[in-house]
Design a protein around this ligand. Structure first.
Ligand code: GAP
Length: 432
């Protein structure tokens, strides 16, 4: 078996586990699905929130120079005209004249159609705008056009002046936002890697034009800290300096942070220096000044911007890929998710040793309530025998399984089993 097959096998195993255990389902599955959309099940939504909460804590709550915002997804169409998205947010697309399938021209073998296998069926690439267009209100004309936002960034730029006027922050300072973004991708692919609806966590960090490099370096380091905080091994994360011809229209410098996903090395997130591109455009189109006035001086300028831009689904896929582990316990293959504790959707699973012994069940419920009050994410699990429960909890990455047996009734101690080592220890309920 070649290396590629092994990698794809791992991807298949993760996709299958994600579905089986209630992390991620195909969107609109019951009606045959909707390409490029995925639904998060009970464990997936918690894992996703844990990732997003960690980001918010690290980059907003724990920093004096950061402010959070939550802008509307639908925005005035002028936003997307000014930002350049109406004219330039497009991918080159080719169509097969035989089966009519469409592909992105920049990562397709143009000699042969990968859908029908016919050769020489592609014409010249055409530009395809990836924004989802819609109309706001009952009138369907040019003036009511709006778009589902293709990046959260513009909701930050359009609030720069509001936050400046409300809080008078010193430079450098940043605004952060988390939320949905939509792109009508020509070829969504690889599970949640490239989808049509996804979430972003973005920061626009406003700096003095002459000091952008030091902030860029600060964020470069903070991105590495973030990767470590969500449990990505350093050796699986790589920086790629994006060349002039491959950079987005707004960027003067970009580093893509790539991750060794099971599907190969691919972009996890981006760090860009956007200069004053966006604020200049807003100033030009709105006619309102975007100047920053340095306190106590006459110095005024439009700040420059450093933008770390994180995709939630890609972070989640990287977390799952890094956590997915196979080993052998008592001669049997075991699969477990070695999730960092703070990200695990369930922190403790609580079980009575036997579910037909009312005194064990009653004591176990007591422990369950106690832990749930303390930690929130606690699961009651009395299905099957203890071995099966452990395997099930391993597969969803629960760090600790707590078992209540007859000793508990006598001496108030429970057995705690560790996910990673499978070791079991006796702990007093009072010390839980
Ligand atoms: N505001 C800058 C911006 O949006 P981007 O490189 O186009 O930059 C940033 O997107 C991040 O958003 C990517 O690094 C990726 O993590 C995520 N992302 C972009 N398109 C995506 C898609 N179709 N599906 C899932 N995630 C996506």
């Amino acid at each position: 078996m070649n290396d590629k097959n092994i990698k794809n096998e791992k991807m298949e195993a993760i996709v299958s586990l994600a579905k089986r255990r209630g992390f991620i389902y195909q969107g609109s599955d019951i009606y045959g699905g909707l390409s490029g959309t995925w639904d998060f099940g009970p464990l997936g939504v918690t894992l996703k929130r844990n990732i997003m909460n960690q980001w918010w804590k690290m980059f907003v709550e724990e920093r004096e120079d950061m402010y959070g915002v939550d802008a509307a997804i639908l925005m005035n169409q002028k936003v997307w005209q000014a930002s350049g998205h109406v004219d330039t947010f497009s991918d080159p697309m080719v169509e097969c004249s035989n089966c009519k399938s469409r592909f992105r021209a920049d990562n397709t073998d143009l000699t042969k159609c990968q859908n029908c296998g016919k050769e020489g069926t592609f014409g010249e690439p055409r530009q395809f705008n990836m924004m989802f267009k819609t109309h706001v209100g009952p009138v369907d004309d040019e003036s009511s056009i709006s778009y589902l936002r293709p990046e959260t960034a513009q909701g930050i730029f359009t609030n720069y002046k509001n936050v400046l006027d409300s809080f008078y922050p010193d430079l450098p300072f940043g605004l952060a936002q988390q939320g949905k973004a939509f792109r009508n991708e020509i070829s969504p692919r690889d599970f949640i890697f490239r989808t049509r609806e996804f979430e972003q966590m973005e920061i626009e960090y406003f700096v003095h034009p002459e000091k952008w490099e030091e902030s860029f370096e600060m964020w470069r380091k903070l991105v590495w800290d973030w990767c470590a905080a969500i449990g990505l091994p350093t050796e699986s994360v790589h920086e790629l300096e994006v060349s002039d011809k491959d950079r987005a229209h707004y960027s003067k410098r970009t580093i893509d942070f790539e991750f060794d996903f099971p599907i190969g090395r691919e972009e996890l997130l981006g760090l860009a220096y956007r200069g004053s591109f966006d604020l200049d455009n807003i100033q030009r189109v709105s006619g309102k000044s975007m100047d920053y006035n340095v306190k106590g001086t006459n110095e005024k300028f439009v700040p420059h911007v450093i933008e770390p831009s994180f995709g939630v689904e890609r972070a989640l896929m990287a977390v799952l890929s890094a956590a997915y582990t196979e080993d052998e316990v008592n001669g049997e293959k075991r699969v477990y998710l070695k999730l960092p504790e703070q990200l695990a959707p369930v922190k403790y699973a609580v079980s009575p040793l036997l579910k037909n012994k009312p005194e064990l069940v009653a004591k176990a419920r007591e422990v369950y309530e106690l832990l749930r009050k303390k930690h929130g994410a606690v699961m009651w699990d009395d299905n099957g025998n203890i071995g099966k429960r452990y395997r099930r909890q391993d597969e969803i990455g629960t760090p600790y399984c707590v078992v209540i047996d007859f000793d508990t009734l006598e001496n108030n101690s429970v057995t705690i089993r560790n996910r990673d080592t499978t070791e079991q220890t006796l702990v007093s309920i009072n010390d839980l």
